[in-house]
Every structure is written in structure tokens, then in C-alpha cells.
Ligand binder design. Structure first.
Ligand code: IVH
Length: 709
């Protein structure tokens, strides 16, 4: 039978040799259409026909599993047409690291780990120390040793599918070899570009009149995120493996052991990694790495320390987005001098007036800097920074560059002292310094009193609402918010969700506006629709309430669970005031203090905020908080208070364990407490529990309870 006829034969009538021929044809055919679609924006067949090809491939694979090809189109998952790259959800989130800057921070890190694990000073505790590569992190999935998928970090939960591009990096093996390679492992590490290769690339870019990259990191990121894999292939990207996500089985019981196995399997690992036995040894490794830094041939911005034993890592777990068992010790900031041309005032989403230095562009450690923060008016006065001054600017890692000091000898004779405005430069409202939390000293920050009538505040709030860690509306970035606010299309968050309906009735259709087109507008509707469901913690964070960052938002969501409970709690506190029970209940939530409750109460006392939230809730569904690793246990949903000294584990570990089992851990005892776990020398909390008739458990009884499930 000829291949052409074969392609029309129904799957259940194919025999094995025919199926093999068909799978080979489909692999080539689908890859060709993928290239036409994604890389050349010139599809030859309608989507439905393309889908049919994929379905046929899947059906044949299901019937003949032994014939599944190494290059099967099926593993190129989730390639969403209009987004360029498809999305991949990480089986285990990709996290970031907490930072240490001073030597004391490192000693404190070791002490914290020891306390958490209840180790005595005599118990050994080993760490690894390795360079922190300044590149971009990647998660590469191997199944049965074969590279099947690679994803960027993205927002940590979901990244971009860059499998084809990663496969062009010669240092990354397509197959792992070794007897202990697990069935499934997500190998994680850093893709980077060496200094020499960076210089060659930039010279070539400049010669061709193409974009010159600011630093190797940007060049590596730009090279990896190419829709045309042949471009990626032409860039000499490199890779170091240093961590992992999902793994069906691990080849060792230590961090260093797993990384050694990576090397045996054929993955590049950093030769500069050490195992250290104490904070003092970590600091020695840090000094040595700093001395070698210039000769390494690639950018690093610090040293990463990780607890070596994996059972300890497991017990230590995570806080918010970073592991308790690792920390990044950053190198000191890089500095440069330049001239300050002007001071501009930016108005933030909570009305804060932030002075920004407009600088003569200068390269600071490889990055061109033309803006730097001056923090606030007291800082300007303290440093006596004046327009025309020559100043020292510094940049550390990803943080905003800052003006450190003035070089007085270079001050022009006519430079005058800077007078900080007392009115908002955007809306003209009075700008004052509050007395935060009723304290007697004025807050360092001067704030515009205009609230949402101030366009700057309104815009910043909208930008925050759509930002990546908040509601995360792709394609609705800062510039679009500016445009949509200025033309009146989006003035409040709810407007985002009614935009499409209003646009369909409008005489000035968005697709006809400059900078838009049919396709980009369709894409925008799609990404807005994708966010009509929002997780509670993201939603709370997205509201942009003062003092409510991601961690606080998550603490609130974790404790209150649903939007209804959240609304009831904050509105009751706002109505009842500081002395009310509702206020105390919020204050009682672990991780929440009075400053936050004050801020929540202030936010929910403003009628325009209440309206904005109510309107928003007409258009979005809020998904109740999912407890991570939502296990069902005897204590799921129960509120627990620990008091006194525990013998079997430290208080933080007991708390983390209880939370993993779905319990809420509170700081103080109230009628809502289900259990008080009393260790040795328990004091007033135990008395209070007895007064209120709350169940009191000994540590052993608690352990028996949680072990019963
Ligand atoms: S470990 C759970 N090791 O730093 C911890 N990260 O700030 C996983 N990075 O996104 C990270 N070199 O891109 C680790 N030797 C190293 C690293 C490293 C660079 C990056 C990585 C991560 C970021 C965290």
C-alpha cells in the first residue's frame, strides 16, 4: 500500500509496520506545520486539520505503545498557538532564594537551620557552597533518561516551553546514561553565556546592525527565547545543573551526592562546588569564590549555600517562595560615578512620592544605568544631593540602582539645595507625611492624599493588579495600562473585564487603534478571559493594600480560606475598629500584625475601595485557597496553638508540620482555637486555654493525633 493511501486508512485497521510508517510520516508532517506556524507565522492548513493530525498520531501511539518515537510530537505539549511559546506547568514549583549580604547573615542562617531542626551544637551539619550563576534558570525533564521537555522558570508555577531550543544546546545531553537514572526527573540549572562568547556575539550583532545586549544574562535570555531554534543553535549557550524538581527516585541522600550523580549521567555541573561543615567554612568558600570570580569566564553574583542532607531539606521545607534550607550570599554591589541631571518625583500605587535621579547614563558592572532611586526626602537632605552633582551610584543584583553619595569636590558653584514638593506632581493634591501606626515621628514617606482621583495612583494600582505575581494578565503590561487609562478604557480593575463587551459596541474599535490589530486584540481577550478565575491569595495581593505583600496575602488566604470569609473578616474589622473582636481575630492570624490589620481596615473603610472590589467580584470568580499538599488529616482545618518548650522538635518545625497537615497555627488562644499543644513550662496561654475550655494536648498526645491519619 502506498503511503498516501496509508494516510487515509483508519487507525484501527493499521497493522504494526503500517503504524510505524504512519508515525514517522506524522512526526515530520507535524514538525513542518509547527515550524510554519510558530516560526514563520505562515500556516498552510487550518487549525482543525492540524488538530486531526495530532489526534491521529495520539490514537496510533495508544494502539501501538511500543512504536512511540523518541521525537514524537506528543511530548511537545501545550504549544498554545498565539503565544509563541506554549506554557508548561512545573510539577514542583521553581523557587527563588533568600539573600544574605553580611557575614552575620550567614551565621544567622546556620543558627536558624539548627534551631529549626533542634540540633545541638555538637550535631554535624554540612552545607554545599557553589557559585550563583547569573543566567536564567531552566527545568529539563528526562523520562527514562530521554530529554522530553524543557521549560523556563516563568512565574515559578508555569514557564515557557523551550524544548526545541534547549535541545540545540550542545552541553545538554538528549539522553542520560547510568544505571541509577530515574524514570522521571526534572533537572534544574542555569543557562548562561561565557564572557568571550558574549563579546563575540555582541561584535557580530553590532556589525550586522542588530541589537547589542547589555550583559551576558540578557544575551542568554534573548538567545533562548527565539522562536526560530536555528538562531538559538547558533549561540554558544552553556549550562550547569544544580537542582531538581519532580523525581521518581533520587540517586543519593545528599545534595552533593545528587549533583555528583548528575555529572555521572553526563550533565555539566559546576566544578567550583564544595561541601562545608560550618558557617566559618561557608565564609571561606565565599571569599575564595570572590577571589576567583574574575577568572571564571562567566558572570556570577554570589555563592549559594544549601543544607546537604536531603532529609533535612525535606523537614526544613519552604517559606513563601524560598526554601528554608538554602540561601544566596550576594557579592557587594558594584559602583560607578556619573552626573545627576535632574530629580523626578514618581507617584506609587499607595501614593508614595519617590524621588528618582535622572543620570548621565553610565555602565555599572556591565549594565547601563540612567535612573537611580533617591529613596525619600530625608535621604536627599541627609546626602544633600543636588541637581548637577557628580554622584556615586551602585547596583546590587536585580535591585533598583541607588545614589550612594555626592562627590562634593565636583559640585558646580550654582547648585542649589533640593526642595521636596508638598503637592503631588501628578494630581496636585496635598502630599503629607503620616504618623504611621499612631507613632509620634513622621513617616519618611510623603504621600499624595488624592487616592484614586490621582491618575498616577490609579494607574499604578492597575499595573499592580495585572502584574505577574498578582492576577497576571499577559499582554496587558504597564504601557497598555497607561494607554487604556489615558483614553478612558480602563480606569478601575473591573473595567478590564468589561472591556471586550464595551469594545464590541464601540465606534472606536480597539483593533483599529494604532499599535493594535485583529490578532493582538483577540489575544488580549483570550488572556483576560483566562483570568476570570483568580486564586484567593493572588486576588488579595492584587488589591494593592498597603503592607499586604505576597506573603501576607497568602497568610490571610490560608487562614480565611474563601473570599466570603475574607470580606466578612475585613469589613467587620473596618466597621468595629481597633477594640473590636473582629480586629483581634485578624490580628490573631499567624503572620498578621496590627500594622496589616490597620491597613486592611483603612482600605475597607474607603467607599471607593469597597465599590471597586464589589464591581470586580461581579466579573471574577475567586478560587478558595488550596492548602499546598492538601492532605486530609485528623487536624485538617483545625486551629492549633503551640506553647511552652517542645521536646521532639523545634516550634517552627512543629508549626510547619502542622500546616503541611492542613491545620492553621495561631499565635494566641481564643474561643476559635481547637487545640493547645503544651510543652514544658507552658504559661499564660495554657491558663487561657483552661479558662476557655479549649482542648489541651501534651506533645505526645499531639504526635499521636497527627500520626493517627
Ligand atoms: S538553587 C530551591 N543554585 O538563583 C532553590 N540557584 O535566586 C533552587 N541560581 O532562580 C535554586 N545559581 O536561577 C540555585 N547554584 C545555584 C544557582 C541558582 C543561580 C539562580 C536560579 C534561581 C535564583 C534564585
Amino acid at each position: 500500500m502506498k503511503n498516501l493511501e496509508l494516510s487515509t486508512k483508519s487507525v484501527d485497521t493499521l497493522n504494526e509496520p503500517e503504524a510505524a510508517i504512519e508515525l514517522a510520516r506524522l512526526a515530520v508532517e507535524i514538525a513542518r506545520h509547527d515550524a510554519l506556524y510558530y516560526q514563520h507565522d505562515a500556516p498552510e492548513i487550518p487549525d482543525a486539520d492540524y488538530d486531526a493530525l495530532r489526534r491521529r498520531n495520539d490514537d496510533i501511539e495508544t494502539r501501538f505503545p511500543a512504536l512511540v518515537r523518541a521525537d514524537t510530537p506528543a511530548t511537545r505539549v501545550g504549544t498554545a498557538p498565539s503565544d509563541g511559546f506554549g506554557k508548561i506547568r512545573h510539577a514542583v514549583p521553581m523557587l527563588s532564594l533568600g539573600n544574605a549580604f553580611a557575614n552575620e547573615d550567614v551565621a544567622e542562617f546556620e543558627a536558624r537551620v539548627r534551631r529549626f531542626l533542634s540540633l545541638t551544637p555538637g550535631d554535624p551539619l554540612a552545607f554545599t557552597a557553589e557559585p550563583k550563576i547569573d543566567g536564567l534558570s531552566i527545568s529539563i525533564r528526562y523520562e527514562k533518561g530521554v530529554l522530553v521537555q524543557a521549560a523556563t522558570r516563568g512565574d515559578g508555577a508555569e514557564g515557557e516551553n523551550v524544548t526545541l531550543n534547549v535541545k540545540t544546546i550542545s552541553q545538554i545531553p538528549h539522553k542520560l546514561s547510568g544505571r541509577d537514572v530515574p524514570d522521571v526527573i526534572d533537572v534544574r540549572g542555569e543557562i548562561y553565556l561565557g564572557h568571550d562568547d558574549f563579546a563575540v556575539l555582541n561584535a557580530a550583532q553590532a556589525a550586522a546592525g542588530d541589537k547589542v545586549f547589555a550583559n551576558p544574562r540578557n544575551a542568554a535570555a534573548g538567545s533562548l527565547r527565539q522562536l526560530d531554534s536555528t538562531i538559538t543553535a547558533s549561540r554558544p549557550l552553556k549550562f550547569f545543573a544544580y537542582a531538581w524538581g519532580e523525581a521518581s527516585k533520587l540517586p543519593a541522600e545528599t545534595q552533593s551526592g545528587v549533583v555528583a550523580a548528575f555529572a555521572r549521567w553526563g550533565l555539566p555541573t559546576n566544578p567550583q562546588a564544595n561541601v562545608c561543615a560550618s558557617a566559618a567554612e561557608l565564609l571561606a568558600a565565599y571569599r575564595e569564590t570572590g577571589e576567583r570570580r574574575a577568572a571564571l569566564g562567566y558572570d556570577i553574583d554570589g555563592v549559594v549555600y544549601k543544607v546537604d542532607r536531603l532529609d533535612y531539606q525535606q523537614r526544613l521545607g519552604f517559606v513563601s517562595r524560598s526554601p528554608r534550607w538554602a540561601i544566596a550570599h550576594k557579592f557587594p554591589a558594584e559602583q560607578a560615578t556619573t552626573v545627576l541631571n535632574a530629580i523626578e518625583i514618581q507617584v506609587g500605587r499607595t501614593g508614595a512620592l519617590t524621588p528618582v535621579a535622572k543620570l548621565q547614563p553610565v555602565s555599572v558592572g556591565g549594565v547601563v544605568v540612567s535612573n537611580a532611586t533617591l529613596h525619600n526626602e530625608d535621604e536627599i537632605a541627609r546626602k544633600d544631593v543636588r541637581v548637577g552633582d557628580t554622584v556615586v551610584v551602585q547596583r546590587a543584583g536585580d535591585v533598583i540602582p541607588q545614589v550612594v553619595r555626592v562627590i562634593l569636590e565636583k559640585r558646580p558653584p550654582d547648585a542649589v539645595r533640593y526642595v521636596f514638593p508638598s503637592a503631588c506632581p501628578v494630581c496636585g493634591s496635598h502630599a503629607a507625611r503620616d504618623h504611621d501606626g499612631g507613632s509620634s515621628t513622621a513617616d519618611v514617606v510623603r504621600r499624595c492624599s488624592g487616592g484614586l482621583i490621582c491618575p498616577a495612583q490609579a494607574k499604578e494600582r492597575l499595573k499592580h493588579f495585572v502584574s505577574r505575581n498578582a492576577v497576571d494578565i499577559e499582554g496587558l503590561g504597564e504601557e497598555k495600562i497607561e494607554v487604556f487609562y489615558d483614553d478612558g478604557r480602563i480606569m478601575r480593575p473591573a473595567d478590564i473585564y468589561t472591556l471586550q463587551a464595551r469594545d464590541s459596541r464601540s465606534l472606536k474599535r480597539l483593533k483599529d487603534q494604532k499599535g493594535f490589530g485583529e490578532k493582538s486584540v483577540e489575544k488580549l481577550w483570550k488572556s483576560i478571559d483566562a483570568r476570570r478565575k483568580v486564586a484567593l491569595d493572588r486576588f488579595i495581593f492584587a488589591l494593592g493594600i498597603r503592607h499586604v505583600g505576597e506573603t501576607t496575602a497568602r497568610d490571610l488566604a490560608k487562614s480565611l480560606g474563601t473570599i466570603e470569609a475574607f470580606q466578612e473578616a475585613v469589613r467587620a474589622a473596618a466597621a468595629g475598629g481597633r477594640e473590636s473582636e473582629a480586629y483581634r481575630d485578624l490580628d490573631n492570624i499567624e503572620g498578621i500584625g496590627l500594622t496589616v490589620v490597620d491597613a486592611l481596615s483603612a482600605f475597607f473603610s474607603e467607599p471607593h475601595n469597597l465599590d471597586a472590589v464589589d464591581d470586580l467580584l461581579k466579573h471574577v470568580t475567586i478560587v478558595p485557597f488550596e492548602r499546598i499538599h492538601a492532605v486530609q488529616s485528623a487536624v485538617t482545618g483545625k486551629t492549633v496553638v503551640f506553647t511552652g518548650t517542645l521536646a521532639q522538635m523545634s516550634r517552627p518545625e512543629a508549626k510547619a508540620q502542622a500546616e503541611r497537615l492542613g491545620a492553621k497555627v495561631a499565635g494566641s488562644v481564643s474561643k476559635k482555637t481547637d487545640y493547645v499543644v503544651a510543652g514544658a513550662d507552658a504559661g499564660s496561654k495554657l491558663d487561657k486555654a483552661r479558662d476557655l475550655g479549649v482542648a489541651v494536648l501534651s506533645e505526645d498526645e499531639w504526635i499521636a493525633l497527627i500520626s493517627s491519619t
